[in-house]
Design a protein around this ligand. Structure first.
Ligand code: ACO
Length: 329
């Protein structure tokens, strides 16, 4: 990867909807309590999209900020990838809807579906395009509106998710900086542990699928938890090795924000202190593809990275999938 031109992040932006749903709000909706949610997940509140907001609207707000921070005009964009599992529509893609909203005329645009790993998958995809010179810049957005596919009568899942979008602009950066390695993978055999069954070609929408609540997220939490702890560790070790680094080189760890206990187990394995880890699961919950970029962008806004810092992002999600990357800021 090092012989190719260096590609890194040249602009960042994020957006979360205004409405906040707290644990005590959820206590009024299902049989749960703040103590259970905080001790099992670390989540205290999450943002929920307004009725008029769809995934492309969240993505649009984040994209505007990322473009402004990169000092770029939308019409100069060459590639747009939206990582999402809650597209506005099955087609056109959310990336195409966003391309039109932004006025990024002529930019290639597509969605990428890898659930919570989607942002890292998209970074790897775009970096490959840019390194080879096929494109010169890219807008990458992780955006999800999980509230639209969450059953707010199911306490097993409804406490876990929130809505949001995080965006970055990728471009050429000085030698020595940018993305150093990626580790992407999938275990399709575990797909049934985390799924949305209906609405596709296997089980089209029908009165029966609605009655059976098959348009909502189904999750086997315990099994996904075990998978998460395992792959967060293995993917991190592999991506560090590919970059020729080890865990002591990490300046900032940006994990998928699904559950504080999963994050803590990764921190222990990497022997990382809290100052080196970005944690915002308490305020946003699990926002799927938006989770890692929201954490990364927030850390950038708070000035937690300085030039030359080694940033490690790692996530896991439906598929089952995982994705990790090493970036020199
Ligand atoms: N409030 C109160 N009690 C609850 C709640 C709730 N909101 N939810 C579940 N419980 C109960 C369960 O019914 C169970 O009761 P029982 O023992 O009487 O059956 C009990 O609490 C314990 O349930 P467990 O499943 O053992 O709880 P666990 O400690 O495993 O925590 C959790 C559950 C938080 C879901 C955890 O398993 C987890 O975080 N898993 C990973 C989920 C994840 O990261 N998903 C990411 C992918 S999302 C994507 O890709 C879109």
């Amino acid at each position: 990867m090092n012989s190719l031109r260096p590609i890194g992040i040249i602009g960042t932006g994020k957006y979360v909807p205004e409405r906040i749903l707290t644990n005590s709000d959820l206590e009024q909706m299902v049989e749960t309590n703040d103590e259970w949610i905080v001790s099992r997940t670390g989540i205290r509140e999450r943002h929920i999209a307004a009725e008029h907001e769809a995934t492309s609207d969240l993505a649009y707000e984040a994209a505007l900020k990322a473009l402004a921070s990169a000092g770029m005009k939308a019409e100069d964009l060459e590639l747009i990838i939206v990582a999402t599992i809650t597209p506005d529509t099955a087609f056109p893609s959310t990336a195409c809807i966003l391309q039109d909203k932004l006025g990024a005329k002529g930019a290639a645009a597509f969605d990428l579906s890898a659930a919570c790993s989607g942002f890292v998958y998209s970074l790897a995809t775009a970096t490959s395009f840019l390194q080879t010179g096929m494109y010169n810049n890219a807008l990458i957005i992780g955006a999800d509106t999980l509230s639209r596919i969450t059953d707010y009568t199911d306490r097993n899942t409804c406490v876990l998710f929130g809505d949001g979008a995080g965006a970055v602009v990728l471009g050429e950066v000085p030698q020595g900086r940018g993305f150093k390695s990626f580790d992407l993978g999938a275990e399709g055999a575990g797909g049934s542990l985390l799924k949305l069954e209906a609405g596709g070609s296997r089980l089209p929408a029908s009165p029966q699928t609605l009655e059976d609540k098959k348009h909502f997220i189904y999750m086997n939490g315990r099994e996904v938890f075990k998978f998460a702890v395992r792959v967060m560790g293995t993917a991190t070790e592999r991506v560090l090795e590919k970059a020729g680094l080890d865990k002591t080189d990490i300046d900032l760890f940006v994990p998928h924000q699904a559950n504080i206990r999963i994050i803590q187990s990764a921190m222990q394995r990497l022997e990382l202190s809290e100052e080196k880890c970005v944690i915002n699961v308490d305020r946003y919950a699990n926002t799927s593809a938006a989770s890692i970029p929201l954490a990364l962008v927030e850390a950038a806004e708070e000035g937690r990275m300085k030039e030359g810092d080694t940033v490690l992002m790692v996530g896991f999600g439906g598929g089952l999938t995982w994705g990790a990357s090493v970036l020199v800021w």
